[in-house]
Design a protein around this ligand. Structure first.
Ligand code: NAD
Length: 264
């Protein structure tokens, strides 16, 4: 029996780690050819390429070192994917960074960096990938937003602004592509066990003078009712469904995978 994504090509930004890597592995297991992107230590990138390559049936997964803060590199990444893999049917805009500070102290360069990587890169990637999707009459654009695309937290102004922007971008693109066979959706994770989120535990423990375990349940996961991490595989499964054959009528949505966070 053919695998669900057999014959599809997926480009996943920020897929050398965390959520993006989990989505890459899941798509590869389902038959997609996947291009990876992201930063990291050379040995970690090599390990990610080998793991996704093995899931694709052997060899190294293709990889683009494009910096999501640089529009020209984003355009080149999409063009490389289309040239080397014969298309770009599924685009997952996942690369993201975080910085936490009171707004009056928020460094200008951190604001610019977060807006560029977490929001503006999605625009450039979609703009570059969409014409070929439309021409083919099939495409899936999946933007990894956040619960912070729907509700706010203090000290995360740039991140919250960027992720709210991602949901606006998602809805607007969804309306534009509604009759083309392409869909554009967002996934809104709560706190997921990845390097990006785990890095926030220690500073909270120090700030409140509590153990890291208590900092996690009482502070970081304060509004996540399950009081436990979302796992990357759970996000990958949601991304798998949105990329699959039975999701064509889901368009412009923000799918929460957040342990009930925004139900409150
Ligand atoms: P992560 O730190 O594990 O992975 C981030 C990825 O983005 C890495 O591959 C990194 O190399 C890449 N990246 C960073 N800057 C880049 C740049 N300039 N160009 C190209 N790649 C770049 O983080 P994660 O938790 O897996 O986050 C993935 C996405 O999920 C982000 O958009 C994040 O905002 C979102 N998210 C994460 C959580 C969470 O709790 N972990 C919650 C909600 C949303």
């Amino acid at each position: 029996m053919a695998k669900t994504l057999q014959g599809r090509v997926a480009l996943i930004t920020g897929s050398t780690s965390g959520i993006g890597l989990a989505i890459a592995l899941r798509y590869a297991q389902e038959g997609a050819r996947v291009m990876l992107n992201g930063f990291g230590r050379p040995e970690d990138i090599a390990a990610a390429r080998a793991a996704v390559g093995a899931a694709m049936g052997g060899g190294e997964a293709p990889y683009s070192p494009a910096d999501m803060a640089k529009p020209a590199e984003i355009r080149a990444m999409v063009a490389d994917c289309q040239r080397d893999l014969g298309g770009c049917d599924i685009l997952v805009d996942n690369a993201g960074v975080q910085f936490v500070s009171p707004v009056e102290d928020f460094p200008d360069d951190q604001w610019d960096r977060i807006i560029a990587i977490n929001l503006v890169s999605n625009f450039h990637a979609i703009k570059a990938a969409l014409p070929a999707m439309k021409a083919k009459g099939w495409g899936r654009i999946i933007n990894i937003a956040s619960a912070h695309g729907l509700v706010a937290s203090p000290y995360k102004t740039a991140y919250v602004a960027a992720k709210h922007g991602v949901l606006g971008l998602t809805k607007s693109v969804a309306l534009e592509v509604a009759r083309t066979g392409v869909t554009c959706n967002a996934i809104c994770p709560g706190f997921v066990r990845t390097p990006l989120a785990e890095a926030q535990v220690k500073p909270l423990a120090e700030k409140f003078g509590v153990s890291e375990e208590k900092a996690l349940t009482d502070h970081l996961l304060e509004r996540q009712p399950t009081k436990k991490w979302v796992e990357v595989e759970e996000i990958a499964e949601a991304a798998m469904f949105l990329a699959g054959p039975n999701s064509g009528s889901i368009n412009g949505s923000a799918l929460s995978v957040d342990g009930g966070w925004i139900a409150q």
